[in-house]
Structures are given as C-alpha cells and as structure tokens.
Design a protein around this ligand. Structure first.
Ligand code: CS2
Length: 497
C-alpha cells in the first residue's frame, strides 16, 4: 500500500486547524532564487514570503536550490513543493502548510539549469543560506580564500561551478552579456555585516574572473545586510512520525521551529522587493547593532551551551538549560560578558532580550541537539566570542565564561567527551584542530598557547595576551581534572551532586 503524502491532492483533507495556502499557487511567478533551501530557509524567509503571496503580490515565488545534496528536492518534489511549518512552544503547536516554493534545482545534477534560472530576467532577488563556510572566506580576516578547493574549481569551470559565489558571478556574467539588469543578493546567514561580506566575496571572485565583469557586478547588484533569527533544529524521523498522526498524511519535508521569529533587513534592493514589511520584517538603515546583539548574545550563548553541554553528556539545549548550574551559567554569560560588548539601538530593551533568550533556550518542545550547534565552530567562534573577548580585554571586563567557553570548544575538537566517548566533530578545520589537541593534550599551558596562535580562527592579536593565556590555561586544567559538569557547578556555586 502506498503511503498518503502531503501534496496538492491531499491538501484538502488536512484537519481544519492546519493553515494552508489561501492564494492560487498557479498564478504565482518566480521572483526569488534561494541558494541553500534547508530547514532554516523554509521556516524563516519562506514563511515571510508566504505571507506576501497571501497579500496578493504574485510575482515573488521562490525557486529553491541545493548546492550539494538532492535530499530536500527528493522530499519536496513528490509533495508539489508543499511542506508544513510546525511552530512548537511549551504551550502547544501551530501548523501551517507553506506553498511559496515552486521548484528546486539540485546544482550538482545540472549546474546549467541553475545558471539558466539565475539568468532569467524575472529573478530580482537571489538569497542565500549557505552557512558560514559557504562564503569560502578566511574566518579571522574575512578575506576570500582563493585557495579554497571550490573556488579553484569554479575559476576553471565557468559552465559547471560548485560554490554559491561561482553560480552568482557566472550567472551575472550571462545577464550582462544578454543586456539584462542585475539582481539583489540577500545573505541570510549568521555572519556580521553579512551583506558586506557577500559583496566582498562576490567582487573578489568576479575580479579573479575579469575586471570589467567585476565593475558591472558592482554597478548592477546590491547586497543588503540582514539579521536573521529563528531557532530551527534539524527535523527528525520522530518529528515526522508525530506530525503524520496529526495530519493524516506523511510530510517528509516538514520543518520544526520555535514560535519566535525575527528578520531585520537593510532596505537596499536594486530591483524591487516583496512587501515583507507587511509580514513582520523590520526594514532599517543600519542592521549592524541588531547583528552584534544577536551574534554575541544568542549565538554566543548557544555555542557556549552546545560545547559545554555536549561534553557533559546533554543531548539538547533544553536538557542543558534544565540543569540549574547551566541555566545560571547562561544567565551570567549574557549579563556580565556578552552584553558588555554590544550597543542596543534606541528603544531596544537588552534586559528583556536576555530574559527572552533564556526562555527560548528552555523550550522543551524543541529538540535542538547540542551537536548540531557545535558544528563548524572554527567558522562561528570569531563572530560569536572573539569580538566580545577583545572588547573585554581592552576594557578590563570579565572574561571568565568566555575563556570557559573556549576551553570547552578546545576539548570538544579534541574529539572525546567527559565520559571518554569519541565525538564526531564536524568542522572544515577538524583535522588540524584535533592535531593541535593531540600534540599538547597533557600540558594545558602549551595547549592554550597553541590555540591562541592558530591564526585562521584567532588572528594574530590574541596570542601574547597574558591575562587570556592564564585564564584559558586555568580552565583547561580544571576541565581536565574535574570535567565540565562539576566545573560549572563549582563556578556557579551550586552544590556538587
Ligand atoms: C545556532 C543557530 O546552529 C547554530 O549555530 O546557534 O543556528 C541559531 O539557532 C540561530 O541563529 C537562531 O536564530
């Protein structure tokens, strides 16, 4: 018997409590190509765009793309590109079927098809969720890494690129040659000044192709900065099974998210944009203050909880937060260290924001794995912790928990948890980082020095800071002898179990 799946035919059979597209999907034409159509995009930008289509702006359908795996296309295509967004809070859930994705290219299967789509006149916005490492930059300096294997490949293969930068620049070249206008490039990744970074990467790549092209790209595109925020854990089979019971049909492409969502965008679009402001997006002149608050408080604390919690044996962020000493640790990190290094825009209540974050992290309806957040630390740490750390060092501020966090990360990339179980470390620099740990495993001072001298992550300015060296060495020593759980309990002065 074939299982019933969510699609155009079964849409009408869903329970009445489920919201579904109220507009005519056949009347929608594409205006956006999105690179990296993972769970985050589907729970965030797509949900705002769905609202725009509901408001009658039919020219902003989304054509998705995956730069690597066919999984999302294989899930969505049999479902007529429909999927459920399940918003889960401690007090229940809301389900909405989203219909704004119209098609999805799997780039490695046909790079040509994606290039052709990007070169269509009607495409006015190209947005990206390709994760930090997708920008092929050096995380410490923000420079384009021309030695990156994908960049080298793409410079030699203009007809069949692999990287987002390759697709964007070669598609823009085709548009230039056809006499078409450019498009807006909208970064939706967790990076500071993500638009500026994208602009630099695109222009660096374009210059390496041809200087005339680079100039055309600069004149015919814009790269607004954005601050994106919504916690969206990877969907599990258990989530899909539970949802099937509610829906009465199988949805293999469903995404789970917290109720909270926020998107702050710089209003700088070269060929118009969807009326996202009517869907709750905040348009501002300067996104930067929002970005720093989000990266240093939310993401900084998330990474702290992920490394320390994983080492201590906790599977999800909510599990970590259920341990009082860790909840106190998060609170103290936000109040004493992370928030010292940000400036709130007028009217922004930083106290309330911190309180809200602690509640969001404690959402027990979401199973957000510490392992998932711990991925790609080498690409995340500079913007999440090191800017704060530099600020605190310069101003004589507290660094206790920043150095604790760094020590946890170092132990994590050493690839063994506190119970002696191997860790599957997922990071583009995993091999080099593990080698550093192996070389200096038994001498905390040398281990601290070796990491602080590792320029791809730390740059070259932190290595000789004595206060930092000592604090990091102390934590590595303590963690080596006591493990994370005991150390956190001691630090937070709660009783040792
Ligand atoms: C998380 C983020 O995986 C991670 O590194 O910190 O994805 C986080 O959930 C989002 O930025 C929340 O907006």
């Amino acid at each position: 018997m074939t299982e019933k799946i969510l699609n155009n035919h079964t849409l009408e059979q869903l329970p009445a409590s489920v919201t579904r597209p109220g507009y005519d999907r056949n009347a929608v034409t594409p205006g956006i190509v999105h690179l990296g159509t993972g769970a985050f995009h589907r729970a965030h930008q797509a949900r705002y765009t769905e609202e725009v289509l509901e408001n009658g702006e039919t020219g902003w359908g989304i054509i998705g793309s995956s730069l690597r795996s066919p999984t999302v296309r294989d899930q969505l295509a049999p479902q007529d590109y429909l999927y459920s967004l399940v918003e889960k809070g401690n007090d229940g859930e809301k389900i909405r079927v989203i219909g704004c994705i119209q098609d999805l290219h799997v780039a490695p299967e046909s790079p040509r098809a994606l290039l052709d789509t990007l070169a269509r006149d009607e495409i006015r916005v190209v947005s990206l969720t390709i994760t930090e490492k997708g920008y092929c930059h050096d995380p410490a300096t923000g420079n384009l890494n021309l030695d990156h294997p994908d960049i080298r490949h793409d410079l030699d293969n203009p007809q069949a690129p692999k990287s987002a930068l390759g697709f964007i620049v070669y598609a823009l070249r085709e548009r230039m040659e056809k006499g078409l206008p450019g498009f807006t490039l909208l970064s939706c990744d967790n990076l500071p000044s993500n638009g500026k970074l994208l602009e630099q990467m695109v222009s660096g790549f374009a210059r390496a192709v041809d200087s005339g092209l680079a100039q055309w790209v600069a004149e015919n595109t814009s790269c607004p900065c954005t601050m994106i925020d919504r916690i969206v854990p990877a969907t599990t089979d258990a989530d899909r099974d539970a949802l099937e019971k509610t829906l009465g049909v199988r949805d293999n492409a469903a995404v789970m998210a917290e109720p909270f969502t926020q998107w702050v965008v710089e209003d700088n679009f070269v060929r118009g944009r969807p009326g996202w402001e009517k869907a709750g997006v905040t348009f501002v002149d300067d996104v930067e203050p929002y970005e720093w608050i989000k990266l240093r408080l939310l993401n900084g604390c998330h990474s702290l909880l992920a490394y320390s919690g994983y080492l201590a044996g906790f599977e999800t962020v909510a599990d970590v937060m259920a341990e009082p000493a860790f909840a106190a640790l998060a609170k103290q990190f936000l109040a004493n260290e992370a928030s010292a290094a940000v400036e709130a825009p007028e009217g922004f209540d930083l106290q309330h924001y911190q309180q809200q974050l602690l509640e969001r992290f404690s959402n027990r309806a979401l199973r957000h794995r510490t392992w998932q957040i711990a991925m790609d630390g080498s690409q995340k740490i500079p913007q999440r912790w090191l800017g704060t750390l530099r600020h605190q060092l310069e101003n004589g501020g507290a660094i206790d928990l920043l150095t604790f966090a760094l020590a946890c990360w170092i132990r994590y990339v050493g690839a063994e948890d506190d119970a002696g179980k191997p860790i599957e470390v997922s990071d583009p620099l995993a091999v080099e980082l593990k080698a550093l740990c192996d070389r200096h495993r038994d001498t905390p001072r040398e281990l601290a020095d070796a990491f602080l001298a590792y320029t791809p992550v730390f740059g070259s300015d932190l290595r000789y800071n004595q206060r930092l060296q000592e604090a990091l060495t102390n934590w590595l020593t303590t963690l080596g002898s006591q493990g994370v759980l005991k150390s956190v309990r001691m630090q937070m002065q709660t009783s040792v179990a």
